[in-house]
Write a protein that binds this ligand. Structure first.
Ligand code: TXA
Ligand code: MG
Length: 331
């Protein structure tokens, strides 16, 4: 792999130049930063897998500038898809649709479905308008690590491996997109994410939520898109429970806490060295936008030996937050 002197900037022309040359770069979206390349170029797509160190059985999301472009790359196989696109694009919603032949099999890991979305970020939308190909982009983190929500996060993990990171500021949503596919007349949520299940059901009625975390799901993206266990793991021992292990109290390890709006009473006997309350005013959207940043801070903090993630309310974006925390804990 090439070595680069990675630059962070807001130069759209430079970003376009790299993408046209089949290089991969960091790009901002409203959810998390992406590791972007020309989705129609096997060279660029292979580089994405290499830089991310991602197994090629795990397919990539294809980003387009506008809903009117979907049919260039996919078939719309459900009226529900039309409604979701009209309502939520641009935005944190990815649809699984039957792919057309021009989408390389490498992008979809051999599946006949392609994951597609219109991201809601002005810089990246401008970028998509300037190139005449769609952009494949997984989250710009090394495989199995927390997704980046700032250009600096991308730099700290992929610096030297890519030439450029387009800086669009802090990701406003902070959770990856919600992924939805269609099984006949039924919409199926494969990954809970930046649009809540309630918001989706308000538009298309009841959805099915794919049950995940079985053993097969670690090896087959086609069984469980977006649902690799341990996907969000940080380096330290972490707990995510409703009742807190008493051995933590007796061991007196230095504990870092991540919680929603207040520190639960059961935790108060622990040797707490750092506490992050993600939203003292009870706003799950605000909490989501801080989540990955705080997970990184806890992981990097020398004063923290053990992390406790306190469960969030299971509604709105709390469901996706719990999903990520559950997958971040050490088994
Ligand atoms: O918000 C997001 O979705 C971000 C930004 C950059 O757009 N992207 C993102 O990509 O989270 P990634 O690669 O980290 O997660 C995408 C998930 C993968 O776990 C993959 O298994 C699933 O989407 N996926 C992609 N293409 C698929 C396909 N053709 N069939 C089934 N699952 C697919
Ligand atoms: Mg990811």
């Amino acid at each position: 792999m090439k070595n680069f002197d990675t630059v962070i900037g807001q130069d759209l022309a430079a970003a376009v130049k790299y993408l046209r040359a089949d290089e991969v770069i960091g790009i901002p979206t409203e959810t998390v930063y992406g590791l972007a390349g020309n989705a129609l170029s096997k060279t660029a797509v292979s580089k994405i897998f290499q830089v991310k160190n991602r197994p090629t059985f795990n397919p990539l999301i294809v980003h387009i500038a506008d809903a009117s472009e979907v049919t260039k790359y996919a078939m719309i196989n459900s009226p529900l898809a039309e409604r979701l696109m009209a309502h939520f694009w641009p935005g944190p919603l990815t649809l699984l649709l039957p792919k057309k032949a021009n989408v390389p099999d490498l992008v979809t890991a051999g599946s006949n479905l392609v994951a597609i979305r219109v991201p809601n970020h002005p810089l990246t939308l401008a970028l998509l308008q300037k190139v005449d190909f769609p952009i494949a982009a997984p989250s710009a983190n090394p495989f199995m690590y927390v997704s980046p929500t700032s250009a600096q996060h991308v730099m700290s993990q992929l610096g030297g491996k890519i030439p450029y990171i387009l800086d669009g500021g802090k990701a406003t949503v902070g959770l990856e997109s919600t992924i939805i596919g269609f099984d006949g007349d039924q919409a199926v949520v494969y990954r809970v994410g930046g649009i809540s299940v309630e918001a989706i059901e308000a538009v298309i009625g009841p959805v099915k939520i794919h049950q995940k975390h079985s053993a097969e799901m670690d090896v087959s993206a086609q069984i469980a898109p977006g649902q690799m266990m341990k996907h969000y793991a940080t380096g330290k021992p972490a707990h995510f429970e409703d009742t807190y292990p008493t051995q933590l109290v007796s061991q007196q390890n230095k504990v870092g806490i991540l919680c929603f709006n207040q520190v639960p009473d059961q935790i108060k006997g622990l040797n707490i060295s750092k506490t992050y309350i993600l939203s003292p005013n009870n706003d799950l959207n605000e909490a989501a936008s801080q989540l990955f940043e705080v997970m990184r801070l806890l992981d990097e903090d020398d004063e923290v030996e053990v992390i406790i993630y306190v469960r969030f309310p299971e509604d709105g974006l709390g469901r996706a937050i719990n999903d990520r925390l559950n997958r971040a804990v050490t088994p």
